[in-house]
Design a protein around this ligand. Structure first.
Ligand code: FAD
Ligand code: COA
Length: 401
């Protein structure tokens, strides 16, 4: 392990492990099969103090840091990817942005909702603005003493179960001048004009809905707008800074899934005999297990380091990107190897390997694709802005000069 864990952290991890390996693990297959959001998992995590644990104590949380949350997410995800994702989204992403940049009123609202079991939704991606999130067209127009929001987001995790929504939108003043990107808070079933349009049928991670969400002349008071400290002009950059916590969290879910699959494979290769001996006596199997363990150790070190980089603030954007790229790509590999070690049984829906293989596939996509995150890493390494738009590039003729 890259970072020596304190006694308190070991205790926290063990508490999370006990819950995860008990009732969370027992329902993981059913959650996948029924595609129903696991409110019982939410209740159990709430009772154990794992929801909103990063919320400051002043607002009723535990004031835990990112590494504490990571330890809990990792244990949950080993047992059930959905429980892992719920732990991410109640401690990182939207809630972390609100806790860092929100007004007193906004922080109290978010803390109360999360601590009583709501998993907030973060609404960034649009049908025509995925990797190019800055190209969003959802707009908030100032009209009198209201903002009027119009637009559409898709692939919103929790759409239809989440109540609190943090919506990234381009803000325009009364004269139609663009002011920057802000984050707006709206509540499903309370804010008129917020519509859950449809649920996406997904390959994996089926226990949590991914939905299209539309805003139709949705009126919000200025008090629902989060303006980060550097103002609306830098609003997008500041909101993305908070989002680095979510990237570490997503990487941690992938880490947990690969660890879960590896542990199953380790156990199985001892039990399964062919040619009159346990299959782990074949060197081909031993080397496969060794390679899997190396990938896990490296991924865990990157995740823990990225989490620690955020002490007192948010995780470093390069470290968060490096950790998410490495973990998500290697998790796909490790789960695939584990499935292979189970032979035909790995391909059966009676065992969790096929579910893990479907679930883990997501993490090189959601939260910033592995390709786009490589751009983030490269930009940091080179110390250059690397605009991806056409007009960011010099024409060939000029480039040749
Ligand atoms: P595109 O941007 O269209 O990319 C398509 C391909 O082109 C990818 O391989 C990509 O890497 C590549 N590509 C694009 N630009 C570049 C470039 N400049 N350089 C190299 N390659 C490039 N969004 C939210 O806002 N909230 C959520 O809660 C949320 N949850 C999600 C949950 C799931 C399960 C999934 C799958 C997605 C979720 N998303 C969410 C959306 C996610 O963030 C986007 O899918 C992601 O940012 C990629 O956008 P896209 O799907 O439009 O792909
Ligand atoms: N952490 C901190 N700041 C960040 C950031 C991050 N992860 N990503 C971008 N920023 C800042 C940039 O430093 C820049 O700040 P500056 O204006 O002070 O220089 C600003 O945000 C704009 O970033 P830039 O890379 O110049 O913008 P772009 O218009 O080319 O957009 C992104 C690129 C940010 C959209 C792209 O890199 C990205 O992350 N896409 C994936 C979106 C995503 O993760 N969606 C998940 C939804 S759940």
């Amino acid at each position: 392990m890259s970072i020596a864990l304190t006694q308190d952290r070991i205790l926290l991890r063990d508490q999370a492990r006990e819950l995860a390996q008990g009732q969370i693990s027992a329902r993981a297959a059913e959650v996948d099969r029924t595609e129903e959001y696991p409110w019982d998992h939410v209740e159990a995590m709430k009772n154990s103090g794992f929801l909103g644990m990063t919320i400051p104590q002043a607002y009723g949380g535990k004031g835990k840091d990112w590494l504490d949350a990571v330890l809990v997410i990792e244990e949950m995800a080993k047992a059930c990817s959905i429980a892992g994702r719920i732990a991410v989204e109640t401690n990182m992403g939207a809630v972390s942005a609100i806790m860092a940049y929100g007004s007193e009123e906004q922080k109290k609202l978010a803390a109360d909702m999360v601590l009583s079991g709501d998993k907030p939704a973060i609404c960034i991606t649009e049908p025509d603005a995925g990797s190019d999130a800055s190209g969003m067209t959802t707009r908030a127009d100032k009209r009198g003493n209201q903002y009027v929001l119009n637009g559409k987001k898709h692939w919103i995790t929790g759409g239809g179960v989440s109540r609190l929504h943090l919506i990234f939108a381009k803000v325009f003043d009364e004269q139609g001048n663009f002011e920057g990107v802000g984050g707006f808070l709206a509540i499903r079933d309370e804010t008129e004009g917020l519509e859950i349009v449809k649920r996406e049928p997904t390959m994996g991670l089926r226990g949590i809905p991914e939905a299209e969400v539309a805003f139709n002349d949705m009126e919000l008071p200025p008090s629902s707008l989060i303006v980060p400290p550097r103002g609306l002009k830098k609003g997008f950059a500041d909101l993305m800074t908070a989002y680095n916590s979510q990237r570490v969290g997503a990487g941690t879910v992938a880490l947990g899934i690969m660890e879960g699959a590896y542990e199953l494979a380790l156990d199985w290769t001892e039990k399964r005999e062919q040619f009159g001996r346990p299959i782990n006596e074949f060197q081909g199997v031993q080397w496969r297990l060794a390679d899997m363990s190396i990938r896990i150790a490296a991924a865990q070190a990157l995740i823990y380091k990225a989490a620690e980089s955020g002490k007192g603030g948010f995780p470093d954007k390069i470290m968060a990107a490096q950790a998410k790229i490495y973990t998500s790509e290697n998790a796909i590999q490790v789960v695939n190897e584990a499935l292979q070690l189970f032979g035909a049984r790995g391909y059966s829906r009676n065992l969790p390997l096929e579910r893990m293989a479907r679930d883990v596939r997501m993490f090189t996509i959601g939260g910033g694709t592995a390709e786009v995150l490589r751009n983030v890493v490269a930009s940091g390494l080179l110390g250059k802005k690397l605009p991806q738009t056409r007009d960011g590039y010099l024409p060939k003729s000029q480039a040749a000069e």
